[in-house]
Design a protein around this ligand. Structure first.
Ligand SMILES: Cc1ncc(C[n+]2csc(CCOP(=O)(O)OP(=O)(O)O)c2C)c(N)n1
Ligand SMILES: [Mg+2]
Length: 891
């Protein structure tokens, strides 16, 4: 064989490569890009068949997805838009600086919006559609960018200077602006709360899907409205941000656009100092099936890239890690020349015509309106998949010494006079040197071309955004007949509250008025709750319909998917289900339709797991019903520690507009749901509901006369003692599945111990607690007038005997109303870790069964001196209670 020197080999390789490339060019010229793609595909297959292992990459090079020669020209006036953007920037910074001057520590963020200003302004001037010309866009603004959104609304004339002055001071006269997007605090402005990182993108995904659901079910006309979600690159570390991105690709939701502001920084420092967050995100989204558009470099880079025939610059761009890119952002042009361009003499040569200053000023994609405009245009026009735009920016852009690109920039809320002056000059704000230290807000005259332009753009795009409005009409009334059968009881037939709920839901679905509005939501748990009959009755929603033959097609209750199906079967995904719940429960405002969501889930995986989304639902003024299934620490047998919920009723307490109930009987559920629909959809209150339902079956009694009001208020007398004149008296409180234990205890206390006990069903400790405190507060503030009396006191002030409460939840629940009772309440509850055991054993273990109710009642009577302690001792023996057993709360 002839010897080939390494140099000759390299030459041969180069010739061979050139020949291949020339062949490819030939195909491209004669056959077009599609043919090239096909050829490459075939080559890849051929190579693989011959054992060639190709490295996997989901990435494209570190350059803009849209090349300069494919860009569209930008409509409108770029110069005017730049001036407007500068004013927005100034006012956004000014409101934060002023707020922190007025009061140290009030906070606020300058740097987030500073990096995102172009991303928003291009949206406001050219893309975001308001609701006035039909279906508008749904926009999730990045929470920390709120000052910029307010600053724009101020220029638009929607909010005034007092509002800006009162940023983060909502209690001030004249009104203030909430720190972040909060529909609860600003119900005419913000639509969606986003500031808890990760929830915005997750909720946006389900909003996009819910929009399709409404269209497919004929409840909203088909439209090309978009859901936009703006998020930070650091935010994508939250599992919620990326955890559901396969769904919109699977469902081909081309109505969804994510805009990720890739300033490469989070709060403490770089997002991926040693890596590249943009490439990491590109791979994740492309892998999930999204259309990915990278807008990394501003227009100044285009001529350089055009000159980069051998790919040196592209290679250099792709090998710099983010920490280093951040360094370039804070360094001089000379530094960038030496360290970035200096890596290769040919690179240096490419920029020899540019001064250091010009090098420093070369912009990034996310700061260049033309790049952003083209990215958005491509996104709204793209069909068949959701789009994510990865826009590269600099955090704190324009702040200069005050924090541009620095690690401290996220927390920067103050600017000294010199920094303000520089910022003012850089963006050309007409504020004099003398005034600049006062950081005045700046708004040009009402008839200035800037204000007119802004207004005109918004008019053309369908009105201002964000703007929240209840767009639906109240329901006239609720058909009471649906609920009637539940007040009669089951005549000894056993049923669980879950079964009752499912029956009620199925009846609601059949109602001609309410039926179409109901949205049943389940996270792969329908069979657990006995809801499979609904599969057939109303179908499972699937945009694609059912393209296969279900295995159980020949059964009555087969797994029916349909494009107009009504059930949202979300898979094992409580967070996604709750996002659907929010989308449905806010549809009265977002879409103008009164959807009534019922989200039923394994109760332990509700408040405990997705409490923050429940908080977001509350902030969003969501309406609907949450149903915690298989609840109760001792009622769910066998499952054990992780599953048994004895907490959720307590975890529901802090959610201010959530009304929570722990009902025991069929009629209680019917009364609560009927009244809930009335309050939310007829009276349009901004509340939502939580009901725990259980799987223990017992016979459902008929509704006692006059119980309705008490059921709703949280307490009513279920049964009066047959021995009202007994010397020994007691008041027994029971809730949920523990109420039957209390009833049993009442019977034994009367028959065996001569204690005349009344039984009260406590449907909601939470409601009693709120009412008690509301009265106390009022009394405190109105000392000279007759005091208000808490409802629970009204019911029980004169009730004789011992007070004992038992529930399947932690003792803190009954304890929370103790202060409004005439005598101390003895509480039985299920504090501690669950166990897998039978129901009976669990109730013994947690000390909540009828025997403990008996013992607790006798102990309370003994404490009051009504009976001797020996009676209690004897009862403990009779009922085989082990006094030395370990404390379940700590074992
Ligand atoms: C769940 C949650 N955790 C922490 C925070 C506190 N926090 C607010 S902003 C921020 C950094 C945001 O970085 P990034 O998402 O990159 O946004 P940027 O400001 O850089 O655009 C953090 C940690 C939060 N708001 N929510
Ligand atoms: Mg960031």
């Amino acid at each position: 064989m002839r010897y080939i020197s390494p140099k000759d080999q390299a030459d041969l390789d180069a010739i061979e490569t050139r020949e291949w490339l020339e062949s490819l060019d030939y195909v491209l010229q004669n056959g077009g890009p599609a043919k090239v793609a096909r050829l490459l595909r075939e080559l890849t297959i051929h190579a693989r068949q011959n054992g060639i292992k190709l490295p996997f990459t989901a990435n494209t090079p570190y350059i803009n997805t849209i090349p300069a020669d494919e860009q569209s020209l930008m409509p409108g006036s770029p110069d005017l838009e730049r001036r407007i953007k500068s004013m927005v920037r100034w006012n956004a910074a000014a409101m934060v600086v002023r707020a922190n001057k007025a009061e140290e520590g009030i906070g606020g963020h300058i740097s987030t919006f500073a990096s995102a200003a172009t991303l928003y302004e291009v949206g406001f001037n050219h893309f975001f559609r308001g609701h006035e010309n039909g279906a508008g866009d749904i926009i999730f603004f990045q929470g920390h960018a709120a000052p910029g959104i307010y600053a724009r609304a101020y220029l638009e004339g929607r909010i005034n200077e007092t509002h800006l002055e009162n940023f983060r001071r909502e209690t001030r006269p004249g009104g203030g602006l909430s720190s972040y997007p909060h529909p609860w605090l600003m119900p005419d402005f913000w639509e969606f709360p986003t500031v808890s990182m990760g929830l915005g993108p997750l909720m946006a995904i389900y909003q996009a899907r819910f929009m399709r659901y409404l269209e497919d079910r004929g409840l909203r006309p088909k439209s090309d409205a978009k859901v936009w979600a703006f998020l930070g690159d650091g935010e994508t570390d939250e599992p919620e941000a990326l955890g559901a991105i396969t769904l919109p690709a699977r469902e081909k939701l081309d109505n969804l656009i994510f805009v990720i502001n890739c300033n490469l920084q989070r709060l403490d420092g770089p997002v991926r100092g040693n890596g590249q967050i943009i490439q990491e995100l590109e791979a994740a989204f492309r892998g999930a099936g999204w259309n990915v558009i990278k807008a990394l470099w501003g227009r100044e880079w285009d001529p350089l890239l055009a000159k980069d025939r051998d790919g040196l610059l592209v290679k250099r761009m792709g090998e710099i890690v983010d920490g280093q890119y951040q360094k370039y952002a804070v360094e001089s042009g000379a530094y960038v020349r030496e360290h970035f361009w200096g890596a290769d003499p040919r690179l240096l040569d490419m920029v020899k015509h540019l001064s250091d200053d010009q090098l420093k000023k070369m912009s990034l994609g996310g700061h260049d309106p033309i790049k952003v405009y083209n990215a958005y245009k491509a996104a709204v026009e793209f069909k068949g998949a959701p789009t994510v735009i990865l826009a590269r920016t600099i955090k704190g852009y324009g702040l200069g010494e005050a924090g541009e690109g620095k690690n401290i920039t996220h927390q920067q809320k103050k600017m000294n006079e010199e920094e303000l002056r520089a910022f003012r000059t850089r963006f050309g704000i007409p504020v004099s040197d003398d005034d600049v230290a006062k950081t005045p807000f700046y708004r040009p005259a009402e008839d200035s071309i800037e204000i007119k332009y802004m207004r005109e753009r918004r008019r053309a795009l369908g009105g201002f955004v964000p703007k929240r409005q209840s767009r639906s009409e109240a329901l006239k009334s609720v058909n009471r007949e649906i609920f009637d059968e539940f007040s009669k009881g089951t005549d000894g037939r056993k049923a669980s509250t879950t079964m009752v709920f499912v029956r009620l839901l199925s009846k609601l679905l059949r109602d001609k008025d309410l039926g179409p509005l109901v949205v049943p939501i389940v996270p792969d748990e329908a069979r657990t709750f006995g809801m499979e009959a609904l599969f057939r009755q109303v179908g499972i929603y699937s945009h694609a319909g059912q393209t296969y033959e279900p295995v159980d097609m020949d059964t009555l209750l087969y797994y029916k998917e349909a494009s107009d199906g009504q059930i949202l079967e979300e898979g094992i995904n409580e967070a996604g289900s709750l996002s659907s719940f929010i989308a449905a429960g806010t549809a009265y405002a977002t879409h103008g339709v009164n959807m009534i969501p019922f989200f039923i889930f394994y109760s332990m995986f509700g408040f405990q797991r997705i409490g923050d989304l429940i908080w977001a639902a509350a902030d969003s003024r969501t309406r609907g019903f949450l149903l915690g299934g298989t609840s109760g620490r001792t009622t769910l047998a066998g499952e054990g520690l992780q599953h048994q919920d004895g907490n959720s009723q307590l975890l529901a307490y802090p959610v201010p507009n959530l009304v929570a109930y722990d009902p025991a009987f069929a009629y209680e559920i019917a009364v609560i749901i009927e009244d809930g629909i009335r309050r939310m959809y007829v009276d349009q209150e901004s509340i939502f509901y939580y009901l725990t339902v259980m799987n223990e079956q017992y016979s459902m009694p008929s509704m006692p006369e006059g119980a309705r009001d008490g059921i709703l208020k949280g307490l009513y007398r279920f049964r009066t003692t047959s021995k009202p004149d007994a010397k020994l008296r007691a008041q027994l409180f029971g809730s949920g599945a523990i109420l039957p234990e209390v009833i049993k205890a009442q019977e034994i206390l009367e028959s065996k111990y001569g204690v005349g006990a009344d039984v009260w069903s406590v449907t909601s400790y939470g409601e009693l607690y709120r009412d008690g405190h509301a009265c106390e507060r009022w009394n405190l503030l109105h000392p000279s007038v007759p005091p208000r009396i808490p409802y629970v006191t009204q019911c029980l002030a004169k009730a004789p005997g011992a007070f004992v409460a038992a529930s399947d939840y932690v003792k803190a629940l009954p304890d929370s109303i103790d202060r409004w009772l005439p005598r101390p309440l003895t509480t039985l509850g299920t504090d501690g870790f669950g166990r897998s055991e039978s129901r009976g054993s669990l109730r013994d273990f947690f000390e909540v069964d009828y025997r403990y109710v008996i013992a607790a009642t006798l102990a309370a009577l003994a404490r009051d001196g009504k009976i001797d302690a020996s009676v209690v001792e004897q009862a403990i023996k009779t009922h085989e209670i082990n006094p030395e057993k370990a404390n379940p709360a700590t074992s």
